[in-house]
Design a protein around this ligand. Structure first.
Ligand code: PAF
Length: 285
């Protein structure tokens, strides 16, 4: 695996591969890699001849009171895991390399899809994500880019962005990787204390309960959201949102929607966790 830090070097490698007719798969990350990231890399490997991974903790997607400074930076361990996973090129740029003119003035923003869920509580977050992913896609020019379904809203927004901006890339969503107790793998899990870690799987357990209720015929989505939210709060979480949305629009689901997702964000102590579960509803006739 080669490790490079400049945009020019990435472009040179990718030009060489494309000239030889090889396809390029890309997995953008913020590092602190775990098995969830490795499953994204495996997905890219299965679809493409070469795999590029980026590690960049992107300042523009963190709000002023969020965890940019304490976000774990573990480049040496990450590089070792990437070699093991069969990565060809690691791109690990500095902030100056990605934002060469300092304070950014050019933004990519996706309107409606960014208004719901995490977009409502993390102002500017998705604008930072779409801007940096546009830059990364422009630098790497991959044939395929892989993102995790755990960040369901991010995936929906990035699909929309690539379609609307006509990026020549196929966006692939990879299934959420989970610990054996059901907790979705996330770099933020490392912030949890022992007692919080014991409680954390309750988040997915509550989503499974919600799905079971819907499968059993519950159709009052707002009542179900508030029942499951309250149960999470009682268990020790501080729920930011728990919403049943249309998978297509991300707006709160109504009786006409059939393809739904229940998405949750909740804090345990100072650590914010997110998860989701997809729900297929057969409409009553
Ligand atoms: O999902 C992430 O880790 C980040 O949001 C991404 C896509 C790498 C952009 O910084």
């Amino acid at each position: 695996m080669q490790t490079v830090h400049s945009v020019a070097q990435v472009r040179e490698y990718v030009r060489g591969w494309h000239n030889k007719g090889q396809t390029v798969g890309f997995v953008p990350t913020m590092g602190n890699l775990h098995d969830g990231h490795i499953s994204l890399i495996r997905e890219a490997r299965a679809r493409c001849d070469v795999v590029v991974v980026s590690i960049f903790v992107n300042p523009t997607q963190f709000g002023p009171n969020e965890d940019f400074d304490r976000y774990p930076r573990t480049l040496d361990a990450d590089a070792a895991a990437l070699v093991e996973a069969g990565t060809d090129l690691l791109f690990a740029p500095s902030v100056e390399e990605m934002y060469p003119l300092g304070q950014n003035q050019t933004w990519v923003d996706v309107d409606q899809l960014g208004d719901y869920l995490c977009g409502a509580s993390r102002e500017g977050h998705f604008r930072g994500v779409t801007t940096v992913v546009s830059k990364l896609l422009n630098i790497v020019q991959p044939d395929v880019a892989v993102f995790g379904e755990k960040d369901f809203q991010q995936l929906a927004i990035l699909r929309r962005m690539c379609e609307e901006l006509l990026f020549p890339v196929k966006i692939v969503g990879a299934a959420t990787s989970r610990e054996t107790d059901g907790l979705a793998r996330s770099s933020r899990n490392g912030f949890l204390s022992d007692s919080e870690r014991t409680l954390a799987p309750q988040l997915y357990a509550h989503l499974q309960q919600l799905k079971a209720d819907i499968d059993a015929g519950e159709r009052d989505y707002r009542a179900l959201e508030s029942r499951i939210s309250q149960s999470l709060d009682t268990a020790g979480f501080s729920v930011d949102y728990l919403t049943i949305v249309s998978a297509k629009t991300l707006a709160p689901a109504g009786p006409q929607d059939t393809d739904l997702v229940a998405a949750v964000a909740a804090k345990l102590g100072s650590t914010r966790l997110i998860d989701n579960i997809s729900l297929a509803v057969v409409r009553d006739r």
